[in-house]
Design a protein around this ligand. Structure first.
Ligand code: FAD
Ligand code: SF4
Ligand code: SF4
Length: 335
């Protein structure tokens, strides 16, 4: 194993401002020596490193980081099925058709997975939190997209694998998180094997950008528009940011006005659809009231078919592939 340390990652990623904030490096550090503090734009080392301090071969943080390697090839990637789908039951907070919730609710309730690693939020402050969900019922309450996301999502993976010893885990993540999982699965680093073996299903959410919580919710919405976090019922991004309020009013902000709220690591991100996921899910290209599902692997297809067979997921038709390709090409052009 090459003797790389966090210093290599710091030079290649942290110091260049390209960190996506996926949290993979912090999750897999065997010494718990990498932290991502709330509001920080990059991880930091706490002053100890197995490789740097004790000359012990490690390199786990470098081996997992999606930004320490070249960006994936442009395009939406290979699929074995492209469908519009929706939950066959009420999912109150769903972002699109609730298909992601339906697939994973069924997977948990049927015992196909033990836990789902995802991002939920404090309903009062809308602050995101990385979460481990172990029941279908709880998953239904976490439906919806967290756009002001920057929590080290994969810290929940560490809890799942190392503390709770789960061995059948599903992960929902944005493309940067999915890329980190792909590196984990492909790596020969012994320290990553327990994580790779425990991941059964990866669901990738399409993503054009995500926002920094403090800059968007505290700075822009509360500071400039006088909207308290608890007045927000729902956020949606469709070429503009729509802020739906509990009193029925809405605020619409052009994305141009939100450029200073976008997380710096997103500026160099070219991946819209997470091609290495088992299933990718997005709003663009879907039939009305549905989610676009790009089913990429036999494992992904197995989970979709199981949810359909149990009457929890409904296939509504095809996908407007040109619309997905267009958005993917627009994002890839950033690189
Ligand atoms: C930051 C962000 C940007 C997006 N940008 C686009 C876009 O540009 N174009 C597009 O077509 N689609 C985009 N999406 C995807 C879209 O908003 C929906 O998530 C997707 O269509 C699935 O909808 P659904 O109703 O099936 O999911 P739901 O049934 O609502 O379930 C969503 C699941 O994802 C989990 N989740 C929410 N936010 C996160 C997060 N940040 N990280 C990990 N898990 C999370 C929830 O806990 C829930 O379990 C984006 C999503 C996010 C979070
Ligand atoms: S992109 Fe992820 S793995 Fe890489 S430095 Fe940032 S948080 Fe760590
Ligand atoms: S644009 Fe989305 S996928 Fe890319 S780094 Fe930002 S949050 Fe991650």
């Amino acid at each position: 194993m090459a003797l790389t340390s966090y210093q290599d990652l710091k030079a290649a990623v942290w110091d260049r401002g390209t960190c996506s904030g996926c949290g993979a490096c912090a999750a897999v550090c065997p010494a718990d020596a990498i932290r991502i503090d709330e509001g920080a734009e990059t991880p930091a080392n706490i002053g100890y490193c197995k490789a740097e301090t004790d000359s012990v071969p490690c390199g786990a943080c470098n081996a997992v980081c999606p930004r320490a390697v070249p960006a994936p090839a442009p395009g939406i990637g290979a699929c074995i099925e492209k469908v519009s789908a929706k939950a066959a039951f009420e999912v109150a907070g769903r972002q699109s058709g609730g298909a992601v919730t339906a697939i994973l609710e069924h997977a948990l309730d049927a015992g196909l997975v033990d836990a789902v690693v995802t991002v939920s939020e404090d309903r009062w402050t809308h602050k995101p939190v990385s979460t481990l969900v172990t029941s279908g019922e709880s998953l239904v309450t976490t439906a919806g997209s967290r756009y002001s996301w920057w929590v080290p999502l994969l810290s929940a993976l560490k809890v799942a694998v190392i503390e709770r010893k789960y061995r059948r885990i599903a992960i929902i993540g944005l493309p940067c998180v999915v890329q980190a999982i792909a590196r984990m699965r492909a790596s020969e680093n012994d320290l990553l094997v327990p994580y790779a073996n425990a991941v059964r299903l990866v669901v990738g959410l399409f993503c054009t950008e995500s926002f920094d919580y403090d800059r968007l919710v505290e700075g822009k919405l509360r500071g400039e528009h006088g909207i308290e976090p608890w007045q927000i019922r729902r956020l949606d991004v469709k070429g503009k940011l729509e802020v739906m309020l509990a009193d029925g009013n809405a605020l619409v902000l052009p994305l141009k006005e939100l450029e200073d709220c976008i997380r710096p690591g997103c500026a160099t991100c070219t991946d819209l659809t997470a091609p290495t996921a088992d299933i990718s899910a997005g709003a663009v290209g879907a039939a009305s009231g549905c989610t676009t599902l790009l089913v990429r692997t036999p494992v992904g297809k197995g989970f979709v078919d199981a949810a359909v067979g149990a009457g929890r997921l409904e296939i509504c038709g095809g996908v407007d592939e040109a619309a997905v390709e267009r958005l993917a090409a627009r994002k890839a052009a950033r690189g």
